[in-house]
Design a protein around this ligand. Sequence first.
Ligand code: BES
Ligand code: MN
Ligand code: ZN
Length: 504
Amino acid sequence: MSSRATREIDPVPSLRRPPEVLVTDTLPPVADAAALAVPVVAGEPPPSDLHTDTSQLAVLGFSGAPNEVVVLPDPGGRALVALGVGEAPSVDACLVRDLAATFARAVPRHTTLAVELSGTDLPLSPDDFAQAVVEGVLLARWRFFLGAGKDEPRLTRLTLVVPPGLVEQARAGATRGEVTARAAAISRDLSNCPAATLSAERMGQVAEEVAPLAGLEVELFDRQQLEEMGCGGILGVNRGSVDEPRLIKVSYRPDSPTGHLGLVGKGIMYDSGGISLKPSDESHAQMKNDMTGAAAILGAMTALRDLGCTSAVTAYLCCTDNMPSGSAMKLGDVLHMRNGTTVEVLNTDAEGRLVMADGLCLAVEDGVDAVVDVATLTGACLRTFGVDIAGVMGSDPGLVEQVRRAGDVADEPVWELPLHRGYRSQLDSQVADMTNMGGPNAGSITAALFLEEFTDGIPWAHVDIASTAQQPTERTWRNKGASGFGARLLVELATRFESPRTGP
Ligand code: BES
Ligand code: MN
Ligand code: ZN
């Protein structure tokens, strides 16, 4: 089966040698900071460290507008990177993250970077500033490359230089940034890892590997256990595969929790469509990323203890691939889901909702206050939103709002679609409680209506990341390829979670 070479691929290289992040009040020597970012506010003279003035910068076409960037040599041998900030009062954490990423990409061959926060009077606390800088730089310089590395050496050190009185505050923010960037990096690693390496079983091993580093508990359920548990959705999708499924339960349990959040992730390690085989087009070629929901959740869970999350979090990652074979699901087959609901399969490519159904049932059985699921669920979501924005729907407006706000903070934006229950009849079946196929239109909404059937009326929100899971270009902190979208959103959601049942 898997060759020796395949087994040697590390699914989470970001865990191995993360860049060092330092916070200090003195600019390090060139040897420790080969490139220095110097923010320039539009309409103000550049800081003296740039050894230049407004008119010389104008010669280079630089006006200080947001994300403008010019690299200048300094007499001491350092690359000075003038970064346009725009008008100072309009600077927020999202812009700072973008600027930091622009800086890190402007000097791709420099391995030691420094950012100066001194001399800037911005409407942002030093810790939020530091967090955003660390996130921007680390995410922009993240790589998953199975080869020599394309002349892009790894970032080894990032130094934040701040006024003496702000070192402690900035250090706290920088540490938070390291933790959230690591969450995103783990989820990007996993989403980019080839399906031949990252089977459902291997995903379970990765969960077990990260758990002790992050104070998490992991429980794995194999095919036989899933049979005993009556998880007909996961088993049905797995039927065509030579690889076992894994249901991965990840738990975070703080002392005296203030709430209990359930998370359910789509972990289709590879989505061929099954018997309803996908055409061999560009979108099929990205289907190793059909486990981005599960990857984002696992990444996010690694941040909770380090950020002092006060809510308990229970996650179910529903992992299997979706393959055609002599044993695969056939159209017209009826599956018995965990909660007893019967589902007639009319398209084996609508597999995500089948595995998610079992995961939702289990989260609900755990007595969570609310459940949020994350899935690359529908191509319709990509056609609706394009690659910048994910979709959200749910049964509880307050919970949907918490998801939306978390997305804004993380700059992983989500917009709500109507959970229009008038379309529920599109899922009616002649022979079972429902089918897994809606009509030709409103595919994201009918998929969500399918999932709602497994939430037993508890507050629920569904995030469809089929739109954002694959990025066509690299832009600021966003990487090209499988994006791991959702990890930092989920970190924000969990750490700010307020149970909709008890109210704030
Ligand atoms: N994994 C896909 C959704 C997807 C499509 C994600 C494109 C990213 C890019 C999902 O399993 C799927 O195939 N959905 C079908 C559902 C349909 C058969 C009801 C779809 O959207 O076409
Ligand atoms: Mn599919
Ligand atoms: Zn899928």
